[in-house]
Design a protein around this ligand. Structure first.
Ligand code: C2E
Ligand code: MG
Ligand code: MG
Length: 644
């Protein structure tokens, strides 16, 4: 039945002729050839031919029936068909091998550990992920020791303790070299003798985690400066406010705006602008503690969070430090560029109870700092919202003033100190405001600059000054030079020179009787462009003065670099010239230096005879000030000139 042969067909045949493998058949044959020496019982497993296809494996046990002389006459054998059993065993062995291979060559780290977390067995990947040469080096290591963060280790230990599974658990492990890696782990606890087993796999997901961290950075940090962005600032201020409420310590928010970012960006290009922002970010960071937050709000605006101030006065020190740092030049593309900051401060709890109002009020305060002339800070006071409203109202009225022609010019004479003769006039703008009377330029020129209204206003001023000069000449006061102030915004326009040429022609004014005054800050705004514009103006035959000398942050060396004709020493130095030896020294040095370079020197704001005498003694060329005359409307000026 096993082989499928009939009894008749096998009877009389040699046993070995039914054996499947030739070798086995020969061995069986030779056994029977020397059967007398065989040791019975014989046990063997032989594959027999069958009609079913493949051979059948039969387990045999044979005994001999010897005769009286002890010779073997018969052999009796019983066989059991073990084919299925052997096949099942083979399949099992194969599958075990396959699993072994799966285990050993798996990209995932695979391990088994004891129930108390001691590694029994692991594959190459597991060793490699953890930075070991081979699995042997890790065996018997406590798995818990591989974890970096206590909470991840606890998750593993809980698994063991509670006999649970761990599914797609992200954890950090420490490699042999000390590096931290992120892994995704799956593990299951199996009950068993000796405290059970843990079977687990690990995937190295460090790359993915790093990419996620980069994304996080993008969400919370400004890409250009690497500073926290508004989102992160808001997170931090919320935490800081909670702490401040609890500790009753003051907290400050600073709203910071670069004063001349747009000018730099427009004239030197975006790359320089970006560089300025990066350097500004560094400067701000260098002024505060690590625990303070410097954030970029966007553009040239920054926010600073100062938590845990020991007292409100600390903040003044920080503010002074920032102002000082930003008065130093920036170096962009080998150029020196000046960019100061305007800052607004709001304090918790006085100026706001939450993040939003603190930031908003610091912003309002910053605007006031801008309005007060920049390069300064202002603190928030509740009345400031009114001030901000006032500003908006002023801006609206300024637009209307341009349309309605509400501006007038006053002229202040400038006299030669040696001859005492009036040689020049300075045109000074006034706004005849409908309700507030005659307004000084300081109240509206900065606003006109900011809004761009300075361009039409400036054109009107120039045209009017030229017309009035012509009228004075017709009235017998010829030979005077008219000087007109130019602001940064006007000076930055490439059309400036051609517009001036047009106005000169239109009013029949000689270029030699027109001069311009620019301040140091204007001159330094964009050095190369400034130089070119100055040269163009001078090529037209116009004269250029450096106004308010000494109030900016430039040095005398700038005088050498730019082609000026005249230097005007600022009123603040003249004021104390008779009492302050250092102010006198500055005035004296400026005069000498300017003369060396072939410049004329005008002293501004001369109010007393003593001041005048000192200036004469030190060789100053001209003077301007109340001693001679305040700025006057055209009619009064004519009377003044006739009187001399
Ligand atoms: P600035 O060019 O330095 O003008 C001189 C300022 O000093 C004038 O103030 C003048 O009234 C004042 N001053 C003259 N002598 C004395 C004196 O003896 N004592 C004192 N205490 N002050 C004296 P003002 O007219 O208020 O002008 C202020 C500034 O506004 C000017 O400073 C100038 O920078 C700017 N500004 C005036 N008019 C114009 C203009 O038409 N265009 C532009 N862009 N800016 C102008
Ligand atoms: Mg001036
Ligand atoms: Mg001046």
């Amino acid at each position: 039945q096993t082989t499928g042969f009939t009894q008749d067909s096998v009877r009389g045949r040699a046993l070995w002729s039914l054996v499947h493998d030739e070798e086995d058949a020969r061995a069986l044959q030779s056994l029977f050839e020397s059967i007398d020496t065989a040791r019975f019982p014989l046990q063997h497993e032989t594959k027999f031919l069958s009609i079913h296809g493949g051979p059948r494996i039969v387990q045999w046990s044979s005994s001999s029936l010897p005769d009286a002389q002890d010779a073997v006459r018969f052999v009796v054998g019983t066989g059991i068909d073990v084919t299925e059993r052997r096949q099942a065993e083979l399949a099992l062995r194969e599958s075990e091998e396959r699993y072994r291979e799966l285990f050993e060559s798996n990209l995932a780290g695979v391990y088994r550990s004891t129930g108390d977390g001691r590694i029994l067995d692991c594959n190459d990947s597991f060793a490699r992920i953890l930075g070991y040469e081979s699995p042997a080096e890790i065996l018997a290591l406590p798995a818990a020791a591989l974890y970096d963060a206590p909470e991840h280790r606890d998750a593993f230990m809980d698994l063991v303790k509670d006999r649970r599974v761990l599914t797609n658990h992200e954890a950090t492990l420490v490699r042999r070299d000390g590096r931290t890696i992120w892994v995704l782990e799956n593990a299951v606890f199996r009950e068993g003798p000796g405290g059970g087993l843990v079977l687990g796999t690990l995937f190295d997901i460090t790359d993915r985690k790093r990419a996620e961290e980069d994304l996080q950075r993008l969400a919370y940090f400004d890409a250009l400066t690497n500073l926290p962005n508004r989102t992160l600032f808001d997170d931090r201020i919320d935490i800081a406010l909670a702490q401040a409420r609890y500790s009753k310590q003051p907290l400050a928010v600073l709203f910071i705006d670069l004063d001349r970012f747009k000018v730099v960006n427009d004239s030197l290009g975006h790359k320089a602008g970006d560089e300025l922002l990066r350097q500004a970010a560094q400067r701000l960071k260098s002024c505060v503690y690590e625990s303070d937050t410097v954030a970029r709000l966007g553009g040239d605006e920054f926010l600073l969070l100062l938590p845990r101030l020991s007292n409100a006065r600390d903040i003044v020190q920080v503010l002074q430090k920032i102002l000082g740092r930003f008065r130093q030049p920036f170096h962009l593309d080998g150029r020196e560029v000046y960019a100061t900051v305007s800052m607004g401060v709001s304090m918790f709890p006085e100026d706001g109870a939450d993040a939003e109002s603190l930031v908003k009020n610091a912003d309002t305060a910053m605007y006031r700092a801008k309005h007060q002339g920049r390069d300064r800070y202002e603190t928030y006071a509740p009345s400031m919202n009114e001030k901000a409203m006032e500003r908006i109202a002023l801006e609206t009225r300024l637009h209307r003033a341009v349309e309605r022609g509400e501006f007038v010019l006053h002229y202040q004479p400038i006299a030669n100190l040696a001859s005492d003769r009036v040689v020049a006039l300075e045109a000074l703008a006034r706004w005849r405001h409908r309700t507030q009377g005659l307004l000084r330029p300081d109240l509206f020129i900065p606003l006109a600059e900011e809004t761009g209204l300075i361009v039409p206003i400036g054109q009107w001023i120039l045209r009017t000054a030229c017309r009035d000069l012509a009228a004075l000449a017709r009235g017998g006061h010829a030979g005077l030079v008219m000087t007109v102030n130019l602001s940064a915004r006007q000076f930055a326009r490439p059309e400036l020179a051609s517009e001036i040429a047009g106005i000169l022609e239109e009013t029949g004014t000689s270029p030699h009787s027109l001069a311009f005054e620019i301040t140091e800050t204007v001159a330094l705004a964009h050095t190369e462009e400034t130089k070119r514009t100055l040269e163009t103006l001078r090529a037209l035959g116009l004269k250029v003065s450096l106004d308010d000398f000494g109030t900016g942050y430039s040095s005398l060396s700038y005088l050498k670099r730019f082609p000026f004709d005249t230097l005007k020493i600022d009123r603040s130095f003249i004021q104390d010239i008779t009492t302050s030896s250092s102010d006198l020294a500055i005035a004296r040095a400026s005069i000498a230096f300017a003369h060396d370079l072939g410049l004329r020197v005008v002293a501004e704001g001369v109010e007393t005879e003593e001041q005048k005498a000192l200036l004469v003694a030190h060789g100053c060329d001209e003077m301007q000030g109340y001693l001679l005359s305040p700025p006057l409307p055209l009619g009064e000026l004519e009377t003044f000139l006739r009187g001399r």
